[in-house]
Design a protein around this ligand. Structure first.
Ligand code: HPA
Length: 269
């Protein structure tokens, strides 16, 4: 079921470029370069689409990029709104609903994240296998029907994950898998928090993606997530963590993610 707001946004987006859309891709901090891969791109600012959020994090573009990559029609959401910006757990509801209403069956989310494994450092790409939601929020809170009880058992689609891992291998790009922990932010974690989530089985930590995966599942999309590691998590080294580091280092892992996704799209045919 796709709600009216998503349909209205999709109708408007189709007026810019009418394609048989298949894959939606969300680009996180420092990952906007992936939008450069789109052939004959049509760009629509979020601000032109009713219901789309304002994007206010530096390094997030806030535009929809429409076109084909490796022949596959894609809807790229370049930039995202986070819960921590306005305290709105549904910040990405309309964009994700629109991806579904445009006919996509697949949603690929990217982000910049901290790593909890000393052997997986900045510049690495990691495929999300599962998540732990420690934020206390959920974008389906307040949803009135039983449809809110979404199964998260295979939230990160096993077949899609296998396809992406295969694409990375064929492309010769090193890709590990890991469990992503979502905290609301916007502060980074304390070393004690990192110790706790490490014991709980986390490999990555970040402030995004999980609300979008929940919305993606709600709207019936197959989801995958890829992280560009930008720092070791708090307390693992002597260093402080900063958003400047995220902006500087995300593009390194992003180049890997870009190659993997291009290959995935090429081989999807
Ligand atoms: N913690 C939370 N979010 C992040 C981090 C981190 O260490 N790095 C990039 N985004």
């Amino acid at each position: 079921m796709i709600e009216n707001a998503g349909r209205r946004a999709a109708d408007l987006i189709r007026r810019y470029a009418e394609l048989p859309y298949e894959v939606g891709i969300v680009l996180g901090s420092g990952l906007a370069g992936l939008a450069e891969d789109v052939d004959d791109p049509v760009r629509v600012p979020f601000s032109a689409i009713p219901g789309f959020p304002r994007v206010a994090v530096s390094s997030h573009a806030g535009e929809v990029v429409l076109g084909r990559i490796e022949g596959v029609p894609v809807v790229i959401l370049s930039g995202r709104a986070h819960y921590f910006e306005e305290g709105n757990a549904q910040a990405m509801r309309e964009p994700i609903a629109a991806v579904a209403a445009l006919g996509c069956d697949t949603l690929i989310l990217t982000n910049a994240a901290g790593s909890l494994r000393s052997e997986v450092g900045p510049g690495e790409a990691v495929l999300i296998a599962d998540h732990i939601n420690l934020s206390g929020i959920n974008p389906l809170m307040g949803e009135p029907t039983d449809r809110r009880f979404v199964s998260m058992t295979a939230a990160y689609d096993p077949r899609l994950r296998a396809d992406i891992l295969g694409a990375a291998e064929r492309e010769g790009v090193h890709l590990t898998t890991g469990v992503y922990t979502y905290l609301a932010g916007p502060t980074f974690e304390t070393p004690a928090e990192i110790k706790m989530i490490s014991r709980a089985g986390a490999h990555l930590v970040g402030m995004s993606t999980v609300p979008e995966v929940i919305l993606g599942r709600y709207f019936g999309l197959r989801c995958a997530g890829l992280s560009s590691v930008v720092n070791f998590a708090a307390g693992m080294t002597g260093a402080d963590i900063s958003h400047k580091e995220t902006k500087e280092l995300a593009p390194i892992g992003a180049v890997k993610i870009e190659r993997i996704l291009r290959r995935y799209l090429r081989d999807r045919r």
